[in-house]
Ligand binder design. Structure first.
Ligand code: SF4
Ligand code: SF4
Length: 149
């Protein structure tokens, strides 16, 4: 990977390896979301996708994720700005918005565990989708993102 590539190149100019390394492994984008049909507001739940390994905060079947989870969407450089539900801490969103990487990002700290230590990873609060009945999902809303944001 090129030195400090996240500062020197646009997201669209990154190699595949650099693009993948930019993910901080927080797992926040893998939390379930509910969209209000009337208002378009998006609610984020503390319930993680069935494939998210809550120990590592990584997808347990990354290669086949789109076949196994139809709602899983591919993040691309062109779509970062459109995915308004990406958390403000997301490295792709930060770079897209010109905010650079946080001190706890593994590319800065040199330690993948710094994401959990900073409280950014979802391991310490998320529960797994198979453990939550559908009728209880509303009880797990932790944030609502209005359509206007
Ligand atoms: S929110 Fe962003 S940085 Fe965190 S796991 Fe998802 S894509 Fe990676
Ligand atoms: S399939 Fe994998 S990458 Fe997609 S939302 Fe689920 S855990 Fe995340």
């Amino acid at each position: 990977m090129r030195e400090r590539f996240w500062q020197r190149f646009a997201l669209s100019e990154l190699t595949h390896e650099e693009w993948e390394a930019l993910c901080d492994g927080c797992g926040r984008c893998c939390l379930l979301k509910l969209e209000d049909d009337d208002t378009g507001d998006i609610a984020t739940l503390d319930v993680a996708c069935q494939l998210l390994d809550l120990g590592t905060c990584r997808c347990s079947d990354y290669e086949h994720r789109f076949e196994r989870v139809p709602g899983c969407t591919q993040l691309t450089p062109e779509r970062v700005g459109d995915f308004r539900w990406l958390p403000p801490s997301c490295a792709y969103r930060r770079v897209h918005e010109g905010r650079g990487l946080a001190a706890w990002h593994p590319l800065i700290s040199g330690d993948p565990r710094s994401v959990q230590r900073a409280g950014i990873g979802v391991s310490h609060f998320a529960v797994s989708e198979p453990d939550v009945p559908d009728e209880e999902l509303d009880d797990h809303i932790i944030a609502v993102l209005p359509i206007s944001q």
